[in-house]
Design a protein around this ligand. Sequence first.
Ligand code: 5GP
Ligand code: ZN
Length: 117
Amino acid sequence: MTDRDPECLFCRIAAGEIPSDRVHEDDDVIAFRDIAPRAPTHVLVIPRRHIADAHALTDDDAELLAKLFAVVRRVADAEGLERGYRVVTNVGPESGQTVFHLHLHLLGGRPMAWPPG
Ligand code: 5GP
Ligand code: ZN
């Protein structure tokens, strides 16, 4: 697997070629605000490495997956989401996935309906 897809929007955001409102960055993970927020807090948490979606993860990605969720927790704390929040990842076209680089949506700051549409 290549680390980067030059055609991929989120690879380009991770590389800083396209600006984003970053709320976290480290060697493996970045988090930035969604351009079209669906909640008062709507942050996307992504690996720097290009992985198409959650279905493309392998056993070797266990550590990376833990890091992604550690960033979710840190951002949720920083955003004051102690009343709760939702973590969503879409997989494939029928789920509504539009950017094919793994991302966790962190949504919070308002009550959430269940089930999602
Ligand atoms: P998906 O539909 O693939 O689960 O989520 C993709 C998300 O990326 C959408 O919520 C969309 O608003 C967001 N998005 C698309 N293009 C950009 C962009 O250029 N910058 C940022 N910050 N978010 C984007
Ligand atoms: Zn990518």
